[in-house]
Design a protein around this ligand. Structure first.
Ligand code: SAM
Length: 236
């Protein structure tokens, strides 16, 4: 299968906080949930493990961080070692999670589902969540149609870009009760050094990866009216 050049770029550059709003948005969402010490949390598509590390450090959660890109898994493991964490880092696919039914109290997915077979991924997340478990995800949404949207789907290797109500249907059809969906407004000046996107470059990073990142930036600006994002908060 052809590799997704955007996800390859993120992996080679080791970009942490690769979702809208970055760690600031993560903190905003987590602030609204009760996270008792020792809660079993799964972060699917964890990337370099920035959110997973935050969950362990801030809440003393029992965190499992899963990604299917070997380089991301290596970078998450490196973080685990450097920050002396106990996170369980797993190389695996969200469409076929290597966990028993009812394993987690909470699942988090930050800018991941749109790159997957969405129905399979959501159904797997439901399966591994305990009854009453919480799921939160941040996803790109289509705000306004355009004939040129194939530029986006081609670039990001996505099946399609779902509208907010389509995400809600996908989640509800899988068995989730929606609690809410909202956007997150932030000002660039609110982002402190601690919340800024991180880079853990691989030695083999090259100009093509930089070009991909620039193209991502260009497309985000070009389609700023058509694309948005939502934070979906659901319960089983
Ligand atoms: C946009 S990045 C977001 C990474 C991280 N959640 C963050 O916010 O920094 C998407 C991540 O999902 C991972 N991913 C994509 N498809 C996946 C799949 N089927 N199973 C597991 N991980 C996947 C990619 O390797 C990448 O690390």
């Amino acid at each position: 299968m052809e590799k997704n050049k955007y996800l390859e770029c993120l992996a080679y550059m080791g970009i942490g906080g690769a979702h809208p709003g970055g760690l600031l948005a993560t903190k905003y969402v987590l602030n609204e949930v009760s996270i008792p010490r020792g809660l079993n949390i799964l972060d699917v598509g964890c990337g370099t493990g920035q959110t997973a590390a935050f969950l362990e450090k801030q809440y003393e959660a029992n965190v499992t961080a899963l990604d299917n890109h070997e380089m991301m898994v290596e970078k998450a493991l490196k973080r685990k070692e450097q920050e002396q964490l106990t996170i369980n880092v797993v190389n695996g696919n969200v469409e076929a999670l290597p966990f028993a039914d009812d394993s987690f109290d909470m699942v988090i997915s930050e800018s991941v589902l749109a790159f997957t077979n969405v129905s399979k991924a959501i159904s797997e997340i439901c399966r591994v969540l305990k009854d009453d478990g919480i799921f939160y995800c941040i996803e790109m949404v289509l705000e306004k149609s355009s004939k040129e949207l194939n530029q986006i789907t081609d670039f990001y290797g996505m099946e399609k870009i779902f509208k907010e109500e389509e995400w809600v249907s996908l989640l509800q059809n899988a068995g989730f009760k929606m609690t809410n969906s909202k956007t997150f407004e932030y000002d660039i000046h609110q982002i402190t050094v601690d919340d800024a996107p991180e880079f853990q470059l691989s030695e083999s990073v090259d100009d093509a990866h930089v070009d991909t990142l620039l193209e991502h930036d260009y497309l985000t600006k070009q389609f700023q009216k058509e694309l948005g994002f939502r934070i979906f908060h659901c319960k089983l």
